[in-house]
Design a protein. Structure first.
Length: 249
């Protein structure tokens, strides 16, 4: 049995969650067995912690959390370690651009999720963490990306081929995972990180074992140390069983 890995960091959507947005029985069992073996299992997600919390409770996780692509790092589900904000003026500019292009948009704030259907007139009244665009017109999406790149303010990723996610420069799931390792007194080479999208690249590249899901974007598969099966085929469990629990299949 391998004793190398002390932490398993899991993206949520497209990774530990299947297409029904559920944690399968096999994934649930593998996670519980890893925890019983003394390995920390945690979420590293683009979601806000409010949205992740039901799954954290379902799995009984007491571990740190990297949420909103690294804009928040939690020492435990209820104890915030670090938070990096996006200025309200920047959110105002991004919102204006989304309206100009007619794109769907959303943004996470400390207070919750806001989007095209539910926006705030008073942008200064909350603390902002991330902004996203969803645009199925590839040319429009590329134009938006070029514009925000020119501002040189953001880490620019995606969680889907038709979206763009914007976090403060230097903030990513990778930077969040480094913070978590410092909290736990371990190193990134003792981490298994699994994901499927561009916002997982930083942690997959930094981890001792970076794993792309079978359903991952090609860029993620190319950057990973290995590719597992899809989120609907319990790819998370397959990796935990082999690389944490030493169960050769």
């Amino acid at each position: 049995m391998s004793t190398t890995y002390k932490l398993v960091a899991l993206d949520m959507d497209g990774t530990v969650l299947n297409e029904e947005k559920e944690v399968s029985a096999r994934n649930r069992k593998a996670i519980a067995n890893a925890i019983d073996a003394g390995v920390t299992v945690m979420f590293s997600t683009g979601r806000g912690v409010q949205s992740a919390r039901p799954y954290i409770e379902e799995l009984g996780l007491q571990a740190p959390i990297v949420s909103v692509n690294g804009s928040e790092v939690w020492k435990s589900p209820d104890v915030l370690h670090k938070r990096v904000l996006v200025p309200a003026d920047t959110i105002r500019k991004l919102h204006a651009m989304a309206l100009e292009y007619g794109s769907w948009y959303w943004a996470y704030a400390v207070e919750g999720l806001f989007n095209k259907d539910k926006w705030l007139d008073d942008v200064d009244s909350v603390e902002w963490l991330k902004f996203g665009f969803f645009e199925e017109d590839a040319d429009k999406l590329a134009e938006i990306r070029r514009t925000v790149e020119s501002w040189d303010l953001f880490e620019i990723t995606n969680s889907h081929l038709s979206n763009i996610e914007l976090n403060p420069k230097g903030i990513s799931k990778g930077s969040g995972m480094i913070e978590v390792c410092q909290l736990l007194g371990i190193t990134m080479d003792q981490v298994i990180a699994m994901g499927d999208s561009q916002n997982d690249l930083a942690m997959i590249r930094a981890a001792g074992l970076g794993v792309a899901m079978g359903n991952a974007q090609d860029e993620v598969k190319a950057a990973a140390d290995l590719v597992t099966v899809t989120n609907d085929e319990d790819g998370v469990a397959a990796i935990i069983e082999e690389y944490v629990l030493g169960q050769k299949r």
